[in-house]
Design a protein around this ligand. Structure first.
Ligand code: ADP
Length: 212
C-alpha cells in the first residue's frame, strides 16, 4: 500500500472533521463556502480510503486509523450517487431546434426526454440532433420524440449502483451518458446524469487519494 496523497480540499476537510467531528456534510460545506454536492466526491473518497467514518444522522468523524484499503476496494465502493451530475431533461413535444438550444444553454452532450408525468421516455445525443439538422430544413417543426432513442431501449443506472457497473454499461453500449433513475410504479423518474466525464473525475480523485 503506497502512502496516500490528498488534494488541498481533502486536507482541509480532514482538518475540519478532526477539530469538529462529528460534523455533517452540510456543516463542512458551509465552512468551506462550497455546496454539499461539490464536496460529495471528496467525502466519498476520504470515507472509502478509511480516513473518515460516517454515521447516518450523526455525521462524519475522524477515524484515526491508518487507511488500510487498497485501491481496488476503494474503486468497488465508489457509487454513482457520489459522482453523478444534474440531469437536463426536455419534454417529448419540444422541437429539435429547442433541444439544440437547450444543449448549448446547459452545456451538456446528452438530453433526457420525459413525458408529461416526468417519466423517462427517451434520450437525445449530439449526433441524433446533428443527423436531423443535416436532413431537414425546419427544425422548429420536428418534435424530439420522432428522433430520440426510446424506452425500452434506454440503458440506465440507479444511484446505488457502483461506478464500475455504470462504466461497463457506458463502454458496452458505446454511449456517453446514462440517466440515473428511480423506479416508480408507473415508470422511471430521472434523478441524475452519469457521463464519461464523471467517470474521468472519479478516476482523478482516485489518483489524488492514492498516491499514483
Ligand atoms: P453521440 O451520438 O453524440 O456520439 P452517444 O454515443 O451517447 O452520443 O449516442 C449514440 C446513440 O445512442 C444515439 O443515437 C443516442 O440516442 C443513443 N443513446 C445515448 N445514450 C443512451 C442511453 N443511455 N441508452 C440508450 N441509448 C442511448
Amino acid at each position: 500500500m503506497s502512502p496516500i496523497e490528498l488534494n488541498k480540499r481533502q486536507e482541509e476537510i480532514l482538518r475540519i472533521v478532526k477539530g469538529n467531528g462529528p460534523i455533517t456534510g452540510e456543516q463542512i460545506a458551509d465552512r468551506l463556502h462550497l455546496t454539499r454536492a461539490t464536496l460529495r466526491p471528496d467525502l466519498a473518497i476520504l470515507t472509502m480510503a478509511g480516513f473518515l467514518d460516517a454515521r447516518p444522522r450523526v455525521g462524519y468523524f475522524y477515524s484515526g486509523k491508518k487507511p488500510g484499503q487498497d485501491i481496488s476496494d476503494t474503486m468497488n465502493n465508489m457509487k454513482v450517487k457520489d459522482f453523478q451530475s444534474i440531469p437536463v431533461v426536455v419534454r417529448e413535444d419540444v422541437s429539435v431546434y429547442d433541444a439544440i438550444s437547450q444543449m448549448f444553454l446547459d452545456d451538456v452532450g446528452t438530453l433526457f426526454v420525459v413525458d408529461k408525468n416526468s417519466y423517462l421516455t427517451g434520450v437525445l445525443s449530439r449526433k441524433d440532433l446533428l443527423r436531423t439538422s443535416l436532413g431537414s430544413q425546419n427544425l422548429g417543426a420536428i418534435p424530439v420524440h420522432i428522433i430520440m432513442t426510446r424506452m425500452p431501449n434506454i440503458t440506465f443506472c440507479t444511484k446505488n449502483d457502483s461506478l464500475i457497473q455504470a462504466a461497463h454499461r457506458l463502454i458496452n453500449q458505446q454511449i456517453d451518458a446514462l440517466p440515473v433513475v428511480e423506479e416508480q410504479p408507473d415508470g422511471f423518474k430521472v434523478v441524475g446524469r452519469l457521463t464519461k466525464t464523471n467517470i474521468t473525475r472519479a478516476f482523478l480523485s482516485l489518483s489524488e487519494s492514492h498516491e499514483l
